[in-house]
Design a protein around this ligand. Structure first.
Ligand SMILES: [Zn+2]
Length: 175
């Protein structure tokens, strides 16, 4: 899951990237969480990322994300409340996805985690409150250790390699 200027995710099952009927599976940023909420770039109202990505937070606070983090660290109650609310809502949706897919692992990365060091431990703690007990015992959340600027290239290459490996296996099985 990418937590940055938008919110997106990819879902991998048995080593294979799920694509969906229109190649857009995992667009969790456009899940509507408030039908009367903030307008989203997609034209609807109240999407998760309209409120809880970096762009949404900057619009709500009227300042750059880095400044919001600095103020929160200096005990500014308003900035702190906005950031903590975002960590809470994102933790709830990561837990919802884990519940829905019975997922063993969520990997998170993105500018929000890079610029706000408290984000990851807060997510870990808050997910514990939202995850369904039968899912919880087999679930972990990790922060990606791959540098963010290299991730798109590595991810794209791994999709191509996986597709090539799978198609070779399919070919081998039909021969
Ligand atoms: Zn949207």
């Amino acid at each position: 899951m990418n937590l940055g200027s938008g919110i997106g995710s990819a879902i991998v099952n048995n080593g294979k990237l799920l694509r969906g009927s229109n190649n857009i599976i995992g667009e969790i940023g456009h899940i509507v969480i408030d039908p009367n909420g903030y307008p989203c770039d997609c034209g609807r109202k109240g999407c998760l990322q309209a409120l809880h990505c970096i762009n949404g937070l900057e619009r709500r606070a009227g300042m750059p994300f880095a400044e919001m983090v600095t103020l929160a660290q200096r005990k500014d109650a308003g900035c702190r409340a906005l950031l903590e609310q975002t960590a809470d809502v994102l933790a709830m949706w990561i837990a919802n996805m884990a519940n829905l897919y019975n997922a063993p692992l969520a990997v998170v990365y993105g500018q929000m985690l890079d610029e706000w060091g408290e984000m990851f431990p807060l997510l870990e703690e808050k997910i514990g409150r939202y995850i369904w007990t039968p899912v919880k015992g087999n679930f972990a959340i990790k922060e990606s250790q791959i540098p963010r600027d290299k991730l798109p290239v590595i991810a794209a290459a791994s999709v191509v390699l996986t597709d090539a490996l799978i198609s070779n296996i399919d070919i081998a099985q039909t021969q």
